[in-house]
Design a protein around this ligand. Structure first.
Ligand code: NAD
Length: 262
C-alpha cells in the first residue's frame, strides 16, 4: 500500500479474468490510491464486475474496440464518471487461433490479418485519441507488447507483426501527444499464463523457454509488470515517453541458451 497514485483517475481496459495482466496492474494502481474505471469486452461482465467492484471502480462499461458506437458510449460514460483522467491502460490484443500456429507465410489470411491489426493496433490509436481528449492537464498512456515484435518467435506469427505496429504506434503517439504533456509507453512483458497465451499454439513452451532462457532464470512476475506500469503511469515516469520497456526477467538480452559444458 502507498499513495503514489493518490488523486489520479484513470481507465483500465483488457480485464477478462483475475489472470489478466490488466487486472494485475489495476490492483496495484488501486493499492496506491488510484481512482479507476474499467472498459471490458461485452459479455465479460460476470468476471469483470466482482474484480472491478473490489477496488471501488467508478464505472464498469462494456466496449468493443471494433465498434465505434460502443466506443463513443463507453467514453461518454468515462467522462461522466471522472470528468478528466490522468492515465489510460490499453491491454487488448486478438488474432484468430488458426493464425497463431505453424507457418506464418502459409496460415495468414487477409481477413484474419486485418482483424488482428484492427483489434491489436488501431484500437490503441483510437483509445489514445479518445483518452487524450480527457487529459487537459497531461497524462500517461501505457500499452502491452511482446518480444515477438522484434524477433521471429514460433507460432506468434501475425501477433508479432501486430506488436511491431503497436510499438511504432507508441512512438508516433508519443511524438504527437508530447506537446500536450501526455506520455505514451509500451511494456514488453515476458510470457505470462493468461487467456491470451492459452490461445497461442505452444504457449506453454513460450513460458518454459522464456524462463529457461532468461537472465534471472525465472518467470516474468505480475508484480514486476505491474510495478513497471505503476512507474510509467505515475509521476515517477516523468520524462519517459515513446519507450518500450522490457519486463521479461531479461529474456530479450540473451543470445544462446546456457550450455552445461561451459
Ligand atoms: P487477456 O486475455 O486476459 O487480455 C486480453 C484482453 O483483450 C481481454 O480482456 C479481452 O477481453 C480483450 N479484448 C479482445 N478483443 C477485444 C475487443 N474487440 N474489444 C475489447 N476488448 C477486447 O490476456 P493478457 O495476457 O492479459 O493480454 C493483455 C495484453 O498483454 C495483450 O495486449 C497481450 O498481447 C499482452 N501481452 C501478453 C503476454 C502474455 O504472455 N500473456 C506477454 C506480453 C504481452
Amino acid at each position: 500500500k502507498g499513495d503514489l497514485m493518490k488523486g489520479k483517475k484513470g481507465v483500465i481496459t483488457g480485464v477478462a479474468n483475475h489472470q489478466s495482466i490488466a487486472w494485475g496492474i489495476a490492483s496495484q494502481l488501486a493499492a496506491q490510491g488510484a481512482e479507476l474505471s474499467f472498459l471490458h469486452l461485452p459479455g465479460m461482465e460476470r468476471r469483470v464486475q466482482p474484480l472491478a467492484e473490489s477496488v471501488g471502480a467508478k464505472a464498469i462499461v462494456p466496449a468493443d474496440v471494433t465498434d465505434d458506437a460502443s466506443m463513443d458510449t463507453a467514453f461518454e460514460a468515462i467522462e461522466k464518471a471522472h470528468g478528466t483522467i490522468d492515465f489510460f491502460l490499453h491491454s487488448i490484443a486478438f488474432a484468430n487461433k488458426d493464425e497463431l500456429k505453424g507457418s506464418f507465410v502459409d496460415n495468414t489470411t487477409r481477413e484474419g490479418f486485418l482483424r488482428a491489426m484492427d483489434i491489436s493496433i488501431f484500437s490503441f490509436v483510437d483509445c489514445a485519441r479518445r483518452a487524450a481528449k480527457l487529459m487537459p492537464n497531461g497524462g500517461s498512456i501505457v500499452t502491452m507488447t511482446y518480444l515477438g515484435s522484434e524477433r521471429a518467435i514460433p507460432n506468434y506469427n501475425t501477433m508479432g507483426v501486430a506488436k511491431a505496429g503497436l510499438e511504432a504506434a507508441t512512438r508516433y503517439a508519443a511524438r504527437d501527444l508530447g506537446p500536450r504533456r501526455i506520455r505514451v509507453n509500451a511494456i514488453s512483458a515476458g510470457a505470462m499464463k493468461t487467456l491470451s497465451l492459452a490461445g497461442i499454439s505452444g504457449g506453454r513452451s513460450m513460458l518454459a523457454q522464456g524462463r529457461a532462457m532468461s537472465a534471472l532464470g525465472e518467470d516474468t512476475s505480475m508484480e514486476g509488470v505491474a510495478g513497471c506500469a505503476l512507474w510509467l503511469l505515475s509521476d515517477l515516469g516523468l520524462s519517459t515517453t515513446g519507450e518500450v520497456v522490457h519486463v521479461d526477467a531479461g529474456f530479450h538480452i540473451m543470445g544462446l541458451a546456457s550450455d552445461s559444458e561451459g
